[in-house]
Design a protein around this ligand. Structure first.
Ligand SMILES: *Cc1c(COP(=O)(O)O)cnc(C)c1O
Length: 352
């Protein structure tokens, strides 16, 4: 249990900001027999001539029921990337405040901090098992550290972060901890969502880009205390979630079988791929994965990457990431794609 004074964490200009109010903010009623002449829209029905709901209320209602959080604890972004950017802009004074992330991890945290002229501190994971180095995290946090970015399951390592380790950060840090759960649907471990009622200093981010197979529609979600969400809501672009995205997301979220159908084979395929990978003679290590990809350490990542590419398969070379020397990251494909991948890897292994 932890409650911090969120209000005082926001940047002063954000605290005092008078947000833009759109036509649909000022007149919220969208049902009923009104003639809408308030938003300079085209009056002729194209299916999309009206601005989308700036508060995505239908979508929030569905997410609220599915995830068992209040509607005022939800913020949607144009991908999680927009959500992460809003978080930095709401809390971090450029040139003064700093944020801390783990390394290796998702590269966007650092880029977004840099764009906003906010110092990004990196805490290396423990090299043996990619777990959090708590001593180092707390040694690096100072009075100007506003945010800590944790990614669980982590990208590119693939593993969930230990619950008690994350809890130590959440409880020991008087700022906001972002827990990026882009891959949580692939994990057998529980989401941090259920902890929202106990900690008002966490933001859990999720996305429809991975398990829901909808990277193309760009819908990311932040779940947090109502106070945090209200602050982010104040600074988001008014119509950040377009009509097509809202409609597609709504239809998918009310179809219970939708994501099951897409992900039933992920863990089976992951196991098959895992077993094939450990047998290859250029593979030195296969890391356990709670996600939809596997990280492997090979004898020479650049060489193996090129050989795989020559056979028409694109994997991700992570050899330049901290603690990932000679590592490749491979997404789990369809059963057919994985068979082809395994054949290619075997042929490379035999020729080594
Ligand atoms: C893929 C991914 C995301 C998703 O970002 P979107 O902008 O929602 O597509 C977020 N975080 C991590 C760690 C990812 O790997």
């Amino acid at each position: 249990m932890k409650t911090i004074d969120i209000g005082s964490l926001f940047r002063n200009n954000i605290k005092n900001l008078k947000p833009y109010t759109s036509a649909r903010d000022e007149f919220k009623e969208i049902t009923g027999d009104f003639i809408f002449l308030d938003a300079n829209e085209n009056p002729f029905d194209t299916g999309f001539n009206r601005y989308p709901d700036p508060q995505q209320r239908k979508l929030k209602k569905v997410f609220s029921e599915l995830k068992r959080v209040n509607e005022d604890q939800i913020l949607f972004g144009n991908g999680s990337d927009e959500v992460l950017d809003l978080i930095i802009r709401a809390f971090c004074e450029p040139g003064i405040d700093n944020v801390l992330g783990i390394s290796p991890s998702y590269g966007m945290y650092e880029v977004l901090a840099n764009i906003n002229n906010v110092e990004y501190k990196k805490s290396l994971l423990n090299s043996l098992d990619y777990s959090l180095n708590l001593n180092d995290i707390f040694a690096q946090i100072n009075d100007n550290t506003k945010l800590v970015f944790l990614c669980s399951p982590n990208n590119p390592t693939g593993q969930i972060l230990n619950f008690d380790d994350v809890k130590r950060v959440v409880e020991g840090f008087d700022g906001i901890v972002i827990i990026d759960e882009a891959y949580i649907d692939f994990s057998t471990e529980k989401s941090w969502l259920k902890m929202l009622s106990q900690y008002n200093n966490i933001i859990v981010t999720q996305t429809l880009s991975k398990a829901f197979g909808l990277a193309g529609i760009r819908l990311g979600i932040a779940y947090a205390s109502a106070q945090i969400i209200a602050g982010l809501n104040k600074i988001k672009p008014p119509y950040n979630i377009n009509q097509l995205t809202q409609e597609k997301a709504l239809s998918v979220m009310i179809d219970k079988s939708y994501s099951n159908n897409l992900n039933t084979c992920n863990s089976i395929e992951k196991n098959l791929l895992y077993k094939a990978l450990v047998k290859l003679n250029f593979v030195l290590k296969v890391y356990p994965s709670d996600s939809n990809f596997i990280l492997i350490k090979v004898t020479n990542a650049n060489e193996i990457y090129d050989k795989i590419l020559k056979k028409g398969i694109v994997v991700r070379n992570r050899t330049k990431d901290d603690l990932c020397e000679n590592c490749l990251r491979i997404s789990i494909g369809t059963p057919d794609q994985n068979r082809i991948l395994i054949d290619v890897l075997k042929s490379i292994s035999e020729s080594e």
